[in-house]
Design a protein around this ligand. Structure first.
Ligand code: FMN
Length: 385
């Protein structure tokens, strides 16, 4: 069978198990700062099925009671399972934050971020820089797993800092040793940021190294058949979907169809996409109030309309839209019958760009083992991955 033959054969893939949580199809929405809030998760869930992870929150900020972190850690009342990503660089705040999330938010799953490539994070030794310090990484993972008790903890990381500082195999083995219930690999180095292609061979290597818990593959799944190809060629136990669903939340419907052996629904025309935009904007406005909700929605406009030739003026206006009514009036003038653009699913949305030097604390790469005094600022409020 060819790696890209569609759809999946009955029984070809198994549900993903993250501790007690069974996930079918084996699809996880990637945590994306500023995107995967409760309204977005609700929307994606309406289309498909899988595990939908909340945005990343910073452990220390949560422990110190920052209002923004508490807000970000919120879930829709009927949301289940409740899954969230935590960022931190030292064991005390990670453990405290883990306990808080379980006690106050009743979370069912905690993912830890060890893949953030942003300068303000890596220059303090956080995110993708941290697994280089194997002992310290182990201490942090252990703190979270111990604090979480029966709640499953997973880790998400990149291939390494750059090609000369590869960390993913150690990161995976240590997570497995310490009782994590799955690992997820974004198959790029931090140095690559979002450029080039994710190197899925690394996912296969991780799968060889980590035997007793599920290995999830992440990077460049734009269409449902990419997920099948990734799983068939790497042996991954599940896939993590980031940018592919930006402006295309129905990708989760395609994934559910594909994994269940059904043909895909036809691509939506512009009218259907516009209806989805309004639904998304309404959910955001209900969640955070109309003024904030509509502003928050603006960044999604370009993703939804990517590839449609609507003209620049309407996009400019939508990028400044101030109310739901104004949005409805603006889009009422568009021709709803326009077909979905050829290749529209694969047009890159969200982050892209070229490789960048990874900023690290002085002397960071000199040693890998032993305890580390984390540089000041490492636990400052951060967002994004
Ligand atoms: C807007 C945006 C925000 C992101 N924020 C996070 C984050 O908070 N935590 C994280 O682990 N990864 C974050 N990522 C990375 C994604 O989770 C994912 O690993 C990456 O986009 C690669 O997958 P993809 O090719 O499917 O997009 C973010 C990505 C984007 C585009």
């Amino acid at each position: 069978m060819s790696a890209t033959e569609l759809p999946a054969r009955p029984g070809e893939f198994q549900p993903l198990h993250i501790g007690p949580i069974e996930v079918w199809p084996p699809v996880v929405l990637a945590p994306m700062a500023g995107v995967t809030n409760a309204p977005f998760r609700t929307l994606c869930r309406r289309y498909g099925a899988g595990l939908y992870v909340n945005q990343m929150i910073t452990a220390r900020a949560l422990v110190e009671g920052h209002r923004k972190s508490l807000e970000l850690a919120a879930f829709a009342p009927d949301e289940t399972p409740r899954s969230i990503q935590l960022y931190g660089t030292e064991p005390y705040s990670i453990a405290e934050a883990t306990r808080m999330l379980i006690d106050t938010q009743a979370v069912d799953h905690i993912d830890m971020n060890f893949g953030c490539p942003m300068k303000k994070v890596t220059r303090h030794g956080g995110g993708a820089a941290l697994p280089w310090k194997r002992d310290h990484y182990r201490t942090i993972v252990r703190a979270a797993v111990n604090a979480a008790g029966d709640v499953p903890v997973t880790v998400k990381f990149r291939v390494g800092i750059d090609n000369s500082a590869i960390t993913f195999l150690d990161a995976g083995r240590i997570a497995e040793d310490e009782g994590c219930k799955a690992v997820a690999l974004h198959a790029r180095t931090a140095n690559q940021l979002y450029s080039g292609n994710a190197d899925w061979r690394r996912i296969a290597e991780l799968k060889e190294a980590v035997r007793s818990i599920p290995v999830l593959g992440n990077g460049d799944i734009w269409e449902a058949d990419d997920a099948l190809t990734m799983m068939r060629t790497t042996g991954a136990d599940g896939v993590v979907i980031g940018r592919g669903c930006l402006g295309r939340p129905w990708l989760f419907a395609d994934l559910a169809d594909t994994f269940n052996g059904r043909p895909l629904a036809p691509r939506p025309n512009l009218g259907t996409v516009l209806d989805g935009m309004v639904e998304h904007a309404e959910l955001l406005c209900q969640w955070m109030g109309e003024m904030r909700g509509i502003r928050d929605f603006r960044k999604h406009t370009g993703w939804y309309l990517k590839g449609f030739s609507t003209g620049n003026e309407i996009r400019r206006q939508l990028n400044r839209v101030g109310s739901l009514d104004e949005m409805r009036t603006l889009i009422a003038g568009l021709d709803r019958s326009v077909a979905f653009p050829d290749g529209g699913m694969r047009m890159v949305r969200g982050h892209h760009g070229s490789p960048k030097e990874v900023h690290l604390p002085d002397g960071w790469l000199d040693t890998r083992d032993g305890e580390v005094a984390m540089p000041a600022g490492a636990e400052a409020l951060v967002s994004g991955g």
